[in-house]
Each structure stands twice: as structure tokens, then as C-alpha cells.
Design a protein. Structure first.
Length: 91
């Protein structure tokens, strides 16, 4: 499990590594309000995005089975473009 933590936000992603379904658990204060999850490859290209429409959902399931094996960066962003990165491995 990978975690990204600031004083206001905790993001847990599991299982990590994964090959199909990735759980992204968001624990944050009301001031953060996440709006998008992006997965970025090692070259810096965004290879997956999902808008977060219901911020009351604390765990979001992502199907990452279409992504190639490798190392990625998962980023959770809010509307003012504040981003929290987490390392992700697809196997």
C-alpha cells in the first residue's frame, strides 16, 4: 500500500502493485475537495483520468487493467490544481 500524506490529506492506494482493480482511499478535510484522479507514465504522459463527482465517496475503484506493466504516478488534484502524488506499480 502506498500513502501520500500532508497535514490535511491522506491518500491510500491498494493493492499496490496491482494488475486490474486499484482502490484509491481519500481521507481529507473539506477544504481539499478532490476533483480528478490521473495516472501518469514515466515519460510524463497522462494515461488515465477520472473525474470525481461525488466527494462523499471515500474509496474509488479504478480499473487499470488496460495499462501496460510498469511504474506510474497517481495524482489526485483539486479545482485549484493542488496535487497529491503517489507511486503506483502495474504488474
Amino acid at each position: 500500500m502506498a500513502e501520500a500524506n500532508t497535514s490535511q490529506i491522506l491518500i491510500k492506494i491498494y493493492p499496490n502493485p496491482t494488475s486490474d482493480i486499484l482502490n484509491v482511499e481519500l481521507l481529507y478535510l473539506d477544504t481539499f475537495k478532490p476533483t480528478e484522479i490521473a495516472i501518469i507514465d514515466q515519460l510524463g504522459y497522462i494515461v488515465f483520468t477520472q473525474n470525481i463527482t461525488n466527494v462523499s465517496d471515500k474509496t474509488i475503484k479504478l480499473n487499470v487493467s488496460a495499462l501496460a506493466k510498469g511504474n506510474y504516478l497517481l495524482s489526485v488534484t483539486n479545482k485549484i490544481h493542488y496535487s497529491i502524488p503517489s507511486k503506483l506499480i502495474i504488474q
